[in-house]
Design a protein around this ligand. Structure first.
Ligand SMILES: Cc1cc2nc3c(=O)[nH]c(=O)nc-3n(C[C@H](O)[C@H](O)[C@H](O)COP(=O)(O)OP(=O)(O)OC[C@H]3O[C@@H](n4cnc5c(N)ncnc54)[C@H](O)[C@@H]3O)c2cc1C
Length: 417
């Protein structure tokens, strides 16, 4: 089948769907073909490690209801995998169940997301978590298990640990790193999260060294570098993701920690764009290319690139933001916390906020059960605010008010310089 002047989007996750929606909202009437190798209506991934494991009757949370795609004249191809791109002919080949098809595109968006990194030399039966099927399988196997070994103390591993405790399971988390969520959190916050899990009954083992996993007649055994043995009847691994860049590479797009794009989401190959978890984009606030693996970013970057594809480019300066829920605590992080060299806390109770500085510059913030601080502190990070860190700690003034004043002073000082 041939489609002329079509916009073709590969990947119907948050980024792909948001791009399709933004293209339609802009009044562009070209044909949109949205291709997903997954068989389901596009769905949200965050519940997969939370409610989908713990709720009595979990339901797939779709990004848009089925009729929406028809109403928007979006040709949704579920269960089709794009195998090959011919950038010179502006065409691609897709396959489903032994059938192949070729589409011609005017513009192509690669919203191919990421896939789980897997353990090398591990016995079969280790659970991973990226898709609806993964979540259904993990839920079913957890229901039969007593003791879960989680390999990897990142967001997904810790959410699974928290959900498993909620289900009454014994849980051990093993991580080679010296602290939890080391890529995403500042060291002080990692310590708080470690305490949170220990208080929640999770056995946390950091600095685990190499982990040798073996199948035993009773289940699974993890042998650490120092010889310590942990037995469990189920292993779930959350050791990060790998961006799906193979199609982009095959089409000739430049790669660097993902598919390299400019501020409009354009790759190095004319007519091909990328967005979401798969794309590394230039961030004006952090002054380098970053690749963000988070729900809000995928939606906003997808929509941004969709708008840029129809000719309304604008700078993309969204401060990265993600949330995670563990043991009933809502954690939100804005900015790049791994960039910080010091952390200061505002408040000391269960609801508090951490500011992360690199020198005197605010580069990130974390809220614990204190999401209302997120908007004002994100505005400061976006503005590149720097100054006396103590100015943010005056708990007698609401942060919104304080941040508005500091922002106004910062803007005036920047304008005068
Ligand atoms: C279990 C889990 C929990 C999470 N929880 C949180 C959270 O609490 N907070 C938060 O901020 N973020 C969370 N995230 C991250 C967030 O969900 C992702 O960052 C976001 O969904 C990425 O969207 P995307 O559209 O870029 O990619 P994806 O959602 O990965 O979508 C890409 C799609 O492209 C498809 N595809 C790839 N190649 C092809 C091809 N060749 N042909 C056809 N289709 C293809 C893939 O199969 C996939 O369906 C979580 C993620 C997971 C897995």
């Amino acid at each position: 089948m041939t489609v002329d002047r079509a916009v073709v989007i590969v990947g119907a996750g948050e980024a792909g769907v948001a791009a399709a929606s933004a293209i339609r909202e802009s009044g562009d009437h070209r044909r949109i073909v949205l291709i997903s190798e997954e068989p389901h209506l596009p769905y949200e991934r965050p519940p997969l490690s939370k409610e989908a494991l713990t709720d009595e009757t979990p339901a797939l949370k779709t990004i848009r209801p089925a009729p929406w795609f028809k109403e928007q004249f979006i040709d949704l191809r579920l269960g089709w995998r794009v195998q090959f791109i011919d950038a010179a002919r502006r065409s691609l080949v897709l396959e489903t169940g032994g059938r192949a098809d070729e589409l011609f595109y005017d513009q192509l968006l690669l919203a191919t997301g990421a896939r789980v990194r897997t353990l090398t030399d591990a016995p079969t039966g280790v659970c991973y978590l990226r898709t609806h099927e993964d979540s259904v399988a993990l839920r079913s196997r957890l229901s039969q298990a007593q003791r879960l070994l989680v390999i990897g103390g990142g967001v997904i591993g810790l959410e699974v640990a928290s959900s498993a405790r909620h289900m009454g399971k014994e849980v051990v988390v093993l991580d080679m790193a010296p602290r939890l969520m080391a890529r995403a959190l500042a060291p002080d916050v990692s310590n708080v999260i470690t305490e949170l899990h220990r208080d929640g009954g999770v056995d946390i083992r950091l600095n685990a060294g190499s982990i040798d996993l073996r199948q035993t007649p009773q289940g699974m055994r993890a042998i650490l570098g120092d010889g310590t043995v942990y037995d469990g009847d189920l292993v779930a691994a959350g050791i990060g993701v790998i961006p799906n860049t193979e199609l982009a590479a095959q089409a000739g797009c430049a790669l660097e920690n993902g598919i390299l794009v400019d501020e409009a989401g354009q790759t190095s190959v004319p007519g091909i764009y990328a967005a979401g978890d798969a794309a590394a984009f230039p961030h004006p606030v952090f002054d380098r290319h970053v690749r963000v693996e988070a729900w809000q970013h995928a939606r906003r970057h997808g929509a941004h690139v969709g708008r840029a594809m129809v000719g309304t480019p604008a700078p993309y300066s969204e401060v990265p933001w993600f949330w995670t829920d563990q043991h009933g605590v809502n954690v939100q992080v804005a900015g790049l916390a791994a960039d910080c060299d010091r952390t200061l806390w505002r408040g000391a109770g269960p609801a508090r906020t951490a500011f992360h500085f690199s020198g005197n510059r605010l580069v990130a913030a974390t809220t614990l059960n204190n999401g209302r601080d997120m908007r004002p502190v994100t505005n400061l990070i976006a503005a590149g605010w720097q100054g006396d860190p103590q100015a943010l700690l005056d708990a007698s003034t609401p942060l919104g008010k304080l941040a508005a004043r500091l922002l106004a002073e910062h803007t005036a000082a920047t304008a005068a310089a």
